[in-house]
Design a protein around this ligand. Structure first.
Ligand code: DX5
Ligand code: ZN
Length: 218
């Protein structure tokens, strides 16, 4: 299956954001991955609504928004208004996850659940049928450019089994340390969406790197 490729704008050159977004428009990328960090859920800050709205002004592709923030339910409608097509919240940040997923869907956006590397897939048993996507963190969230955690392969298998058992249509998204070398095995295990930040934006030819990721399963 051809993967959905979602380059993470976090790794782009923020001083030339319009050019970066225009490059992604021309590329084989399917979505733009937008990382929102609050300095509380993760030990880092990224950017907020004004920057997101700036990206949206030029983006010709869906915005896949990954909220690494506490109490995400406070901001769902604002993220939707800022252009989010998919809104993913962390399992670890939501006391009332089921309610938050319904809140996201009520805005018309797709609803995703993200799991930190230590959070078992089995915890999703009673909520998987309410999710449009599950994002497996393959690094600890907060920073781009980290090393891929190998245990992710096992988690993809477990998640795929859960999705099949529950007759869910949730997509499996992998985020962190994704590159051309691990992409084929990630896809073989059942990943549908690959996020890639530094691998794309630090490469000499981001357009070609995105094309290589897109064709990695063939
Ligand atoms: C990490 C973010 C990722 C990150 C991926 O907290 O959620 O989306 O930008 O960057 P790379 O591909 O460099 O690991
Ligand atoms: Zn992310």
């Amino acid at each position: 299956m051809t993967p959905i490729i979602a380059p993470s704008v976090l790794a782009s050159d923020f001083a030339n954001l319009q050019l970066e977004v225009e490059m992604l428009n021309k590329s084989q990328a399917d979505w733009l991955h937008i990382d929102i960090m609050d300095g509380r859920f993760v030990p880092n800050l990224s950017f907020g609504f004004p920057v997101m709205e700036g990206i949206k002004r030029y983006a010709q592709k869906p915005m896949d928004v990954h909220l690494m923030i506490v109490e995400p339910e406070q901001y769902i409608e604002q993220f939707r208004a800022a252009g989010a097509d998919t809104i993913t919240v962390h399992y670890e940040a939501c006391t009332h996850l089921h309610r938050t997923l319904q809140q996201i869907k009520a805005t018309g956006a797709k609803a995703g659940i993200a799991l930190n590397p230590h959070t078992p897939v089995a915890l999703l048993e009673d909520v998987i049928s309410d999710a449009d996507m599950v994002l497996l963190m393959s690094v600890n969230p907060g920073f781009g450019g980290q090393k891929f955690i190998e245990n992710t392969y096992r988690k993809i298998e477990a998640l795929k089994n859960l999705i099949i058992a529950r007759n869910s249509k949730a997509l499996i998204e992998i985020d962190g340390g994704v590159n051309q070398h691990n992409a084929p095995l990630l896809l073989e295990k059942g990943a549908d969406v690959l996020v890639a930040g530094s691998f794309v934006f630090s490469s000499a030819d981001p357009l070609q790197t995105i094309a290589d990721l897109k064709s990695s399963s063939k």
